[in-house]
Design a binder for this molecule. Structure first.
Ligand code: AMP
Length: 380
C-alpha cells in the first residue's frame, strides 16, 4: 500500500515532485500540497491541494494528519511547527536540518564548525556591527537578510561607506549578516541526495549563469577541470554527511580566481540547477528526492548527455496573462509550470537542450543563442 505524500508548496518544484510520485504508485498513492494559490502548478498535475499560506499552522497540522510523510519545496516553513507535527507524519528533511539551513547565519556557522569552506561572515545587529564588519572585510561586501531570501532578493551589495545607512535601513529590522565579497570566476552547484539510511549520491557538478540574481541557465557538466569537479563533489558529500537530513539538497558554490571552492548556500530541497536531470540522467532529482525520503536505494546519477537548462522568465516590464509558449525543436524538452500570470522575472517554465546527437556544450550554447528569439514571453 503506497504512502500519502504531503508537500509544503505546490509551485514548479512541487509540480515536478508530483509528476515523479505519479510514476511510483506502489510507493506513493496520493500527493497533497499546501499552497496559497488556488489551482497551483502541482494541483494541475494531479495533487490534491489545501489552499492556505505556507506558514498557516492549522493547515500544516491538517496536511500532517492527512499524510504519512511530509516534504517541502520551500525552505521558509516554520521548523518549530513542523517539529510539533512529527507525531502525525514523518518529515524529511528533518525540522532540525531545516532550522539550520533556513537561517543563512546559522547555516554558515554550522558549515564553518564542520571545517567546510564559506566566505568570511559576521552577524549584524546594529550599524556599529556593520561598520566593524566592513572594516574587517573591506569593500564591496554583501549585507544579507538571514532568512526568507531567495533569488538574491535578500542581498545588498555595499560598495562604499556612503551606503552603510542605506543598506542597513533597506532591510527594516530584519536579522542580518555581512559577508565578504568573493570575486568568483564561476558559480557551480552540486545536487546531492542522502536517503534515510544514510546513503549519499551526488550528480555531476554543473555551472550556473545568473542574470539579475536569478538563475538563467545551467550547463551540465560544468566546464571545469576534473580536479575542481572532484573537490566540489567531496565538499558536497561532507556537507550531506554532517547535515544528516534526508532528501535532495542543492549546494551552490563559487569557484574563485585561484580555483578554490567556497560554499555560497545550501537549499534543503530539489533545486533549479537540477532540472536538467529530467532528461540528462537516468534518475531525475525529483525521483531521487522521493527515493531518499522513502528510504529506498538511490538511483543512478551519471550524466548521459551534456545538457543546458534555460529558464523562461517573465519579462521585467509586464504583469498579466501571456500567450502560450510552444517550442518544437529536436532534443529540446519544454516544461511550462501552468502559471496563469506573468510577473517580472517570475519563473514560468524551463527547457532542456539535450546533446543526444553527440553535441558538445559549445554547440548546445550556439543552438541556444539561435533559439533565444523564439522563446520570449508575450502578453496575451
Ligand atoms: P544568494 O541569494 O545569497 O545565493 O546570492 C545570490 C547571488 O549573489 C549569488 O548567486 C552570487 O552571484 C551573489 N553572491 C552571494 N554571495 C556572494 C558573495 N559572498 N560574494 C560574491 N557574490 C555573492
Amino acid at each position: 500500500m503506497g504512502k500519502i505524500l504531503g508537500i509544503i508548496g505546490g509551485g514548479q518544484l512541487g509540480m515536478m515532485l508530483t509528476e515523479a510520485a505519479k510514476k511510483m504508485p506502489e510507493q506513493i498513492s496520493k500527493v497533497i500540497v499546501l499552497d496559497p494559490t488556488d489551482n497551483c502548478s502541482a494541483s494541475q498535475v494531479g495533487a490534491e491541494q489545501i489552499v492556505a499560506d505556507y506558514k498557516d499552522k492549522n493547515a500544516i497540522i491538517e496536511l500532517a494528519k492527512k499524510s504519512d510523510i511530509i516534504t517541502y519545496e520551500i525552505e521558509s516553513g516554520d521548523s518549530d511547527v513542523l517539529k510539533s507535527v512529527e507525531e502525525y507524519a514523518e518529515i524529511n528533511p528533518s525540522p532540525e536540518t531545516l532550522k539550520i539551513i533556513q537561517d543563512k547565519f546559522l547555516q554558515k556557522s554550522f558549515l564553518l564548525q564542520n571545517n567546510l569552506p564559506v566566505p568570511e561572515f559576521i552577524n549584524v545587529d546594529s550599524v556599529l556591527d556593520l561598520e566593524k564588519g566592513l572594516n574587517k572585510f573591506g569593500f564591496p561586501a554583501l549585507l544579507k537578510s538571514r532568512r526568507d531570501a531567495y533569488d538574491g532578493r535578500g542581498n545588498f551589495k555595499i560598495d562604499s561607506t556612503k551606503q552603510i545607512f542605506e543598506a542597513f535601513n533597506f532591510f527594516r529590522q530584519k536579522n542580518l549578516m555581512l559577508e565578504k565579497f568573493v570575486p568568483f570566476k564561476l558559480e557551480v552547484s552540486v545536487i546531492a541526495a542522502r536517503n534515510t539510511k544514510g546513503e549519499i549520491k551526488t550528480y555531476p557538478l554543473v555551472e550556473n549563469i545568473h542574470e539579475n540574481n536569478i538563475l538563467r541557465l545551467t550547463i551540465a557538466p560544468a566546464r571545469v577541470n576534473k580536479n575542481i569537479a572532484n573537490i566540489a563533489e567531496q565538499i558536497a558529500r561532507t556537507t550531506m554527511n554532517v547535515l544528516r537530513g534526508a532528501g535532495v539538497f542543492g549546494i551552490e558554490m563559487f569557484v574563485t580566481q585561484n580555483d578554490q571552492i567556497i560554499i555560497n548556500e545550501i537549499a534543503p530541497r530539489v533545486h533549479n540547477s537540477g532540472h536538467h536531470t529530467l532528461q540528462s540522467t537516468e534518475t531525475s532529482q525529483f525521483e531521487q528526492h522521493l527515493r531518499a525520503i522513502l528510504g529506498m536505494d538511490l538511483g543512478n546519477t551519471a550524466l548521459n548527455y551534456p545538457t543546458i537548462m534555460y529558464n523562461i522568465l517573465g519579462p521585467t516590464n509586464f504583469e498579466g496573462k501571456y500567450k502560450p509558449i510552444e517550442l518544437v525543436e529536436s532534443n529540446l524538452f519544454l516544461k511550462m509550470y501552468g502559471k496563469k500570470i506573468s510577473k517580472p522575472l517570475r519563473k514560468l517554465g524551463h527547457f532542456n537542450l539535450v546533446g543526444k546527437s553527440g553535441e558538445t556544450i559549445d554547440q548546445l550554447l550556439f543552438k541556444l543563442d539561435s533559439l533565444k528569439g523564439k522563446m520570449s514571453v508575450n502578453p496575451a
